[in-house]
Design a protein around this ligand. Structure first.
Ligand SMILES: Cc1cc2nc3c(=O)[nH]c(=O)nc-3n(C[C@H](O)[C@H](O)[C@H](O)COP(=O)(O)OP(=O)(O)OC[C@H]3O[C@@H](n4cnc5c(N)ncnc54)[C@H](O)[C@@H]3O)c2cc1C
Length: 396
């Protein structure tokens, strides 16, 4: 499915920015001796350039400085940005901020919008989403250990979280905690905005993931909340609606991830083809003449095309009929595209031989960090089980 014609000038402009300003930053991003913070001044300049060209925050309405795109329009942009590990960050549509922006836009009070949403939309601050806990299964979000107890005009939050991505350097966390342990299972928890400098909040460590601890945006933090008090007005949405809000956050979030993964797959595919078409395995004999490599290239092409069609179909369904109607499609793309991403990356690395596992190319970075695609936002098994159960209902 090609991008609609009205989007083509935007896609061309984005490709120019990616080629001229973002890809040149990749070697330093992939250099293990340089941290993410060292890139921030240059990223800031690129972000300003993107704002000046009117390409900022494609997912946000124009009134908030964004491009005002629908989800299915944004899907095409997200693929383009996914071709570099820095693309989404540069355009201010990176996870977890994009999910928090969407949540705040839909559910924040005017005061919350002024204090948290607007600076986030401008890219002045970052945020994080703090739900998963080491002692409880993240795949069962209705079972949490964190509690938020009302004390006078505050919530006192106590809990232990980890994989709060990008907490290092963030201004606030959206924390999921139980506000009523006696309520019906899916109405026990609420979302509460907690500024990162609130007493009682301790960022214990950035968890080392696949050999990298990272810094600033590129991290996954372990956090303890110990009688961490915030005003009652920091509640996001109605009390007891945390689970519903989390589901709402994840629907478009999975489209964002899947289209980013398709962008990664396309870049890996391109690198694989360029290498196969030029690398000689013997004088005058190209790698691409090997049957095995031809098979990987043909399979990858078919799989990426199929994945894109599925995701765009799902995005259009969400735009037209809402998330609930598209819930099976959302689950299908989540595990299907994550699997394709990993197969394509694996093949691209194999085709490059030793070069494939170096950090001279982004393939090894993605291979390490996108293994998690099959785990976050619902492990494969959970999505497969929920789709299969609904399919069985039709035959029971
Ligand atoms: C890179 C990364 C970034 C993340 N970012 C964030 C973030 O910003 N904020 C946040 O709150 N969380 C984040 N997470 C956490 C993520 O959401 C959880 O890891 C995920 O929900 C799974 O929870 P768990 O790790 O506790 O695994 P568990 O729930 O303990 O599950 C372990 C395994 O059991 C299997 N399993 C579980 N349930 C079922 C079932 N019903 N049927 C069959 N098999 C099952 C699956 O194979 C699963 O992988 C992130 C995780 C990663 C890896």
């Amino acid at each position: 499915m090609n991008a609609p014609s009205h989007l083509l000038p935007t896609l061309t402009a984005i490709r120019e920015v990616m080629a001229e300003h973002i890809l040149p930053l990749e070697p330093d991003f992939l250099n293990p001796h340089l941290g993410f913070r060292s890139l921030l001044p240059r990223l800031q300049q690129v972000r300003q350039h993107i704002k000046d060209r009117g390409l900022w925050a494609p997912h946000l309405p124009k009134t908030y400085g964004g491009m005002g795109l629908t989800l299915s329009e944004f899907a095409h942009i997200s693929e383009e940005l996914g071709r570099s590990p820095l693309g989404h960050y540069a355009f201010n549509c990176q996870a977890p901020d994009i999910g928090n922006m969407e949540l705040l836009l839909a559910h924040a009070t005017d005061e919350q919008k002024e204090k948290y949403f607007l600076p986030l939309a401008r890219g002045d601050i970052r945020s994080c989403f703090s739900m998963t806990e080491p002692e409880y299964p993240g795949s069962n979000p209705a079972w949490l250990g964190a509690v938020a107890v009302k004390e006078a005009d505050t919530y006192s939050i106590s809990g232990h979280k980890w994989f709060t991505s990008s907490a290092d350097g963030a201004a606030f966390a959206v924390v999921m905690a139980e506000t009523d342990p006696h309520a019906e299972k899916y109405r026990r928890a609420s979302m509460i905005i907690v500024p990162m400098d609130t007493p009682g909040l301790t960022l214990v460590r950035n968890v080392s993931v696949m050999g990298h601890t990272g810094e600033d945006y590129a991290t996954h933090a372990e956090i303890r909340y110990e009688n961490c008090r915030v005003p009652l007005k920091n509640l996001l949405g109605p009390e007891g609606e945390g689970f519903a809000l989390a589901q709402e956050r994840l629907g478009p979030g999975r489209i964002h991830h899947c289209m980013r993964w398709i962008g990664i797959s396309e870049r890996a595919f391109e690198l694989m083809c360029q290498y196969a078409a030029t690398r000689q395995v013997a004088p005058g004999k190209l790698l691409g003449e090997q049957g095995a490599v031809q098979g990987w290239i043909a399979e990858s092409r078919a799989e990426i095309n199929a994945a894109r069609l599925l995701v765009l179909h799902t995005a259009e369904k969400i735009d037209a009929e809402g998330q609930y109607a598209a819930r099976d499609d959302i689950s299908l793309i989540k595990f299907y595209v994550a699997g394709i991403l990993q197969r394509v990356l694996d093949r691209a690395i194999q085709v490059h031989g030793a070069l494939g596992v170096t950090d001279d190319l982004p393939l090894a970075y993605w291979y390490r960090h996108e293994r998690a695609a099959r785990i976050y936002d619902g492990p494969d098994e959970v999505h497969k089980a929920s789709v299969a159960k609904r399919i069985f209902q039709r035959y029971a």
